[in-house]
Design a protein around this ligand. Structure first.
Ligand SMILES: Cc1cc2nc3c(=O)[nH]c(=O)nc-3n(C[C@H](O)[C@H](O)[C@H](O)COP(=O)(O)OP(=O)(O)OC[C@H]3O[C@@H](n4cnc5c(N)ncnc54)[C@H](O)[C@@H]3O)c2cc1C
Length: 474
C-alpha cells in the first residue's frame, strides 16, 4: 500500500533543512504540504493591510514556485485549523500528519486539538523539534530544573552543544516526493489575498528562503564587527534576520552554523543572542502565565499610573524625546526596530511614562514584522524589570544619555525626525534646550514643528522608583 503523508507548515515556511518535512518525505511515498490561514488569528487583525500577512503570502508564493519545479504544489486553506486539517486529511486520503512543534500557549492548545481529531480518524501524528535548537527539557540545571538566569543557561547550552553536536543536523528534504494538490498548478498572489480578504502592500523587506539566505550572507561579511557595532542603530550592522527566523524562511540550525564559521568575538556574541532566543522560548513554554502576567508575581501589584494620552503620543513618536520618537516612527513606517531602540522605548514607556509593559508589548505585537510572542514578551518584561533575569527595577535608562551614546551624531534621529535635522550635534538630543536663534536657523520651533518633552525625565524617575518600591515592599 502506498503511504501518503501530510506536512502542515506554520511558522516554518521553507523547503530545506525542515525537520517535519524531511521526515514526512522520508517515511511516505508522497507528501502533501499544507498551510492554513488561521481564522482565529486573522480575524483579530483590524488592519487588512498587514505586513506579516504580506510576508507570509510572499513566502508561500516562493515555496509554490520551488515546488512547481518538481510538479508539486501547496495546499492552502483559510479557516479553523482543526476543521481544515480533518477535511484535507479525508480529501487527500492521508495516512499520517507531520508538523514542527510550536511553544506558544495558543499554538499548543490548537496542536493538541488537531492531534486528538486526527488520531480519532485513526491516523498517525508525528511532531518534531525545529523552531528552537534545544527544547525545555534539554538544558536543565543540576536539580533538573529550568534555568531562570540567562548566563548559567547559556553556559549549559554551550556545554550541551559541545558535548553532543559534533555535526549540526541538516534535515534534507527530498522534494521529488512532494505531491501535486490541484489541477491549476500555480497559486497567484491575488488568489491568496482574495482567499483571506486582505490587501497587498508594498514593503521593502522581501520574504522567502532565497532572500533570507542573501541577508545571512551579507551579514556574515560584517559579523566580526558585531561586537562593537551592534548597539548603533544608524550603522545597521545587526543581521536583520529576525523576520525570516520568525516565519521560518531560515532554520535556526543554519544561523548557528554560520555563527561557528569563525571564532572571533563578534560571532560568539551573535551566537549568545541566538541563545537568548532559545531561552525565551523555554520560558514561555514552561511558564505560559508570562503571556499575561509578570514573571515575578510581586510586580503584578504595580499600579501603573501613566495616562492613555501619553501612550498615544509614544505610539505616534511625539513624546519630545528625539531618540524615542525616531524609533517609534521607524517602527510605524517599516515594521522594524533595532534592538537598542526597543530597549530604549520599552524602558521609556514603563519607567518614564509609567505605563504597563503589556500596553507596549501589545503595540509591538501589532506592528513588528518579526513579532514573536516569546522574544517580545521576554524583551518587554526584561525592560520593565518584571521578567525572568530582568534588569533590576532601579536601573532606569536615561533616554538622553542613551541617545548621545548610541546615536552620537544624531544620524538615526535625523532620518526619522527630519524636522530636527538642522539642530547642532548637542541639541539634536535635547532640542528643547536650544535657544531661539538655533530654532530659527533650524526652521523648527519647539512646541510647534516638534513637541516639548511630554514629561520631565528626572521627576518621572523618582516616581518610577517609588512605584516599584511600593510593589516589592509587601
Ligand atoms: C522590548 C523588546 C521587544 C522585542 N520583540 C521581539 C520580537 O517580537 N521578535 C524578535 O525576534 N525579537 C524581539 N526582540 C529581540 C531583538 O530586539 C530582536 O530579535 C532583534 O532586534 C532582531 O534584529 P536582528 O535580526 O538584526 O538581530 P541580531 O542582533 O542579528 O540577532 C540574531 C537573532 O537572534 C535573536 N535575538 C537577538 N536578540 C534577541 C533577544 N534579546 N531576545 C530574543 N531573541 C533575540 C533574533 O532571532 C535575531 O534575529 C525584542 C527586544 C526587546 C527589548
Amino acid at each position: 500500500m502506498s503511504i501518503t503523508n501530510l506536512c502542515w507548515i506554520r511558522r516554518d515556511l521553507r523547503l530545506s533543512d525542515h525537520h517535519a518535512l524531511s521526515q514526512a518525505l522520508k517515511n511516505g511515498d508522497q507528501t502533501y504540504i499544507l498551510f492554513i490561514f488561521d481564522k482565529n488569528i486573522l480575524n483579530k487583525l483590524d488592519d487588512k493591510k498587514d505586513r506579516r500577512v504580506q510576508f507570509i503570502i510572499e513566502s508561500l508564493l516562493d515555496l509554490e514556485l520551488q515546488l512547481n519545479k518538481f510538479n508539486a504544489s501547496l495546499i492552502v486553506r483559510f479557516g479553523e485549523p482543526v476543521e481544515e486539517i480533518v477535511k484535507v486529511s479525508k480529501d487527500f486520503r492521508i495516512n499520517a500528519l507531520y508538523f514542527n512543534r510550536d511553544y506558544e500557549p495558543y499554538a499548543k492548545k490548537r496542536d493538541e486539538s488537531v492531534t486528538k481529531e486526527i488520531q480519532r480518524l485513526g491516523l498517525e501524528v508525528h511532531t518534531f523539534k525545529d523552531h528552537v535548537f534545544y527544547e525545555k527539557h534539554e538544558v536543565l540545571n543540576g536539580s533538573r530544573e529550568i534555568y531562570k538566569v540567562f548566563t548559567p543557561y547559556k553556559n549549559k547550552w554551550l556545554e550541551t552543544f559541545r558535548n553532543h553536536e559534533s555535526v549540526i543536523p541538516n534535515y534534507k528534504c527530498n522534494l521529488k516526493k512532494c505531491a501535486q494538490s490541484k489541477t491549476k498548478i500555480t497559486l497567484s498572489s491575488n488568489d491568496l489575498f482574495d482567499l483571506i480578504g486582505f490587501i497587498p502592500i508594498d514593503q521593502d523587506l522581501k520574504a522567502g528562503e532565497r532572500n533570507a539566505l542573501k541577508t545571512l550572507e551579507k551579514f556574515k561579511k560584517n559579523i566580526s564587527r558585531y561586537k562593537e557595532a551592534r548597539d548603533f542603530p544608524a550603522l545597521n550592522l545587526t543581521s536583520n534576520l529576525s523576520p525570516y527566523i520568525r516565519m521560518g524562511n531560515l532554520s535556526i540550525r543554519e544561523m548557528i552554523k554560520s555563527s561557528l564559521e569563525s571564532e572571533d568575538e563578534g560571532s560568539q556574541i551573535w551566537l549568545s543572542e541566538i541563545i537568548w532566543r532559545d531561552f525565551y522560548q523555554v520560558i514561555l513554554d514552561a511558564y505560559p502565565k508570562v503571556e499575561k502576567n509578570c514573571f515575578k508575581s510581586a510586580y503584578d501589584k504595580i499600579r501603573w499610573t501613566g495616562t492613555s494620552h501619553h501612550f498615544r503620543l509614544w505610539c505616534q513618536g511625539q513624546t519630545g524625546y528625539p531618540i524615542v520618537d525616531a524609533a517609534m516612527r521607524c517602527l510605524n513606517t517599516t515594521g522594524t526596530m533595532h534592538n537598542r531602540l526597543r530597549m530604549i522605548v520599552a524602558s521609556f514607556l514603563t519607567k518614564t511614562l509609567l505605563i504597563d509593559w503589556r500596553k507596549g508589548e501589545e503595540y509591538f505585537a501589532a506592528k513588528l514584522l518579526d513579532f514573536d510572542l516569546a522574544a517580545n514578551n521576554g524583551g518587554w518584561q526584561w525592560s520593565a524589570s518584571t521578567g525572568v533575569d530582568a534588569q533590576p527595577y532601579f536601573r532606569i535608562f536615561n533616554p538622553y544619555n542613551q541617545s548621545e551614546k548610541f546615536d552620537p551624531d544624531g544620524k538615526f534621529i535625523k532620518t526619522w525626525c527630519p524636522e530636527l535635522s538642522k539642530f547642532s550635534k548637542k541639541h539634536i538630543h535635547y532640542p528643547h534646550e536650544s535657544d531661539m536663534v538655533e530654532q530659527i536657523e533650524a526652521q523648527c520651533f519647539i512646541g510647534e514643528q516638534y513637541p516639548h518633552p511630554i514629561v520631565a525625565y528626572k521627576k518621572q524617575k523618582e516616581l518610577a522608583l517609588a512605584m516599584f518600591k511600593l510593589a516589592v515592599k509587601d
